[in-house]
Design a protein around this ligand. Structure first.
Ligand code: UDX
Length: 434
């Protein structure tokens, strides 16, 4: 099929490449000319495992092309996906100006029947607004609007798109539904077709439920610390119930990233606008913030004063296998340490260039390896669970530090081994065996 993706960011580009990989003819549109140039040269502006190869192969096979022209894009696709950013407003609600702009821009170019698919994460009832807008600017246009939420995770986006748990779309038209089923025919996954409002709600409800699971286990981790129980055993025990499941029960510094914090704030905002405030989610936010605050309290308790303390921080990205720093708890931690006067030396396998470019970047020292970051440090903090941090020479690292205090904010390491190596080891919700 001929498909168009408007917005070649994280979701748009990965979706476009995967659609091309299964045989569709995909045109990706973006109004950022330099990004389109980069993509045409075969370079990928983000780090996502497997994506670069997929883009190169499908460009070479003539199934994937890039343009800055919305007119060209709309002319190409029978199905036009909108995958533009939906950033937060200061009050947590979603700024839908890019969605509205795309709806306005595509309207005059619709000269045959098109399915307009919203893939960006939007509050419930946005589909109705998109349809109204297109209708207003092109009263004769023949089209249907569909909501098709995306559930990919950064770091495993290609896998998640090629082998999804489920495909959900919301449509109020049989003609549009038939075309959408054809788009997804090559993918082997259960398909759920709903009305537009339900599909939009599914996305916010799914993300907030996952965040709730994380905050739930983090709240229990605090009770474990107070009682001497072990969060890993508790998570294992409750996760063995198939109704609960093991996934997303890893206690740590809390959730971050471009989706959870934003989507939860947006879900709270839309629930309030609808007159049905979802207050439970405010507690989820509070627990998430508290988890970092109490971790920093523990660092303070050990070091007494943070000013002038050399702190090595391993991990800056919001999770491993990405270079994304958006709403990264690790970055928030670094910022708080720096503001209190600590001298932070950071190492991250993929996130250092982006971190250096941020305003806080000039106040962080960057190391070439985890080992280098730890030299002369008063304490070492693990803020993101990159697997390579497990495989360093800890006895040597201990020797190189000024004092061997280790704060493992992601429960990456084994407490018994770390204490055997001579570290004063702190972690989340696991008993302290002195
Ligand atoms: C998330 C959703 O998983 C995905 O379906 C949606 O499309 C976009 O939002 P993503 O933000 O890429 O994906 O990352 P995810 O793997 O879900 O992790 C989000 C955050 O939760 C990370 O900061 C991670 O460290 C944290 N997390 C996750 C935990 O703290 N504990 C867990 O058990 C799982």
């Amino acid at each position: 099929m001929k498909l168009t993706i408007i917005g070649s960011g994280y979701v748009g580009l990965t979706t476009g490449a995967c659609f091309a990989e299964v045989g569709h003819e995909v045109m990706c549109v973006d109004n950022d000319a330099s990004k389109i140039e980069t993509l045409r040269r075969g370079e990928i502006p983000i780090y996502e495992p497997g994506l670069a190869d997929l883009v190169t192969q499908n460009v070479a096979a003539d199934r994937l092309s890039f343009t800055t022209s919305t007119a060209e894009g709309v002319a190409h696709g029978d199905v036009v996906f909108i995958a533009v950013p939906t950033p937060p407003n200061p009050d947590g609600s979603v700024d839908l100006r890019f969605i509205e702009k795309v709806a306005r821009e595509i309207a005059p170019h619709i000269d045959s029947y098109k399915v307009i698919v919203d893939k960006s994460t939007v509050p419930v009832k946005t589909g109705e607004k998109v349809a109204e807008t297109i209708q207003r600017y092109a009263p004769d246009a023949k089209f249907d609007v569909v909501s098709n939420p995306e559930f990919l995770r950064e770091g495993s986006a290609v896998h998640d798109l090629m082998k999804p748990d489920r495909i959900v779309f919301g449509s109020n038209s049989d003609r549009a539904s038939a075309l959408m089923k054809k788009v997804y025919e090559p993918f082997v996954a259960p398909l759920l077709v709903t009305d537009i409002n339900s599909a939009e709600l599914i996305k916010h409800a799914a993300n907030s439920f996952l965040a709730l699971k994380i905050s739930y286990i983090n709240a229990i981790s605090e009770i474990c610390e107070a009682s001497g129980a072990d969060i890993e055993r508790v998570a294992e025990g409750i996760g063995m119930d198939s109704r609960i499941g093991q996934a997303f029960l890893n206690a740590g510094l809390g959730y971050g990233g471009s989706c959870f914090p934003k989507d939860i704030a947006a879900f709270i905002a839309i629930s309030e606008q609808l007159g049905t405030p979802f207050t439970l989610l405010k507690e989820v936010q509070k627990i998430n913030a508290h988890q970092l605050d109490r971790f920093i309290d523990r660092i303070r308790k050990s070091l007494w004063v943070l000013e002038e303390k050399k702190i090595a921080v391993w991990g800056l990205t919001f999770k491993p296998h990405t270079d994304d720093l958006r709403s990264s708890v690790a970055m928030e931690l670094v910022e708080k340490l720096v503001v209190e006067g600590a001298v932070v030396t950071a190492y991250d396998p993929k996130g250092m260039d982006r971190a250096a470019a941020l305003p806080i970047g000039s106040r962080i020292r960057f190391a070439n390896s985890p080992e280098e970051a730890a030299v002369g440090a008063d304490a070492l903090v693990i803020a993101t669970e990159w697997p390579e941090f497990e495989h360093v020479n800890f006895p040597r690292i201990r020797e190189s530090m000024l004092s061997p205090i280790l704060f493992d904010g992601r429960n990456l390491l084994d407490p018994t081994t770390m204490r055997k190596f001579g570290f004063d080891y702190h972690c989340i919700g696991r008993p302290k065996m002195d």
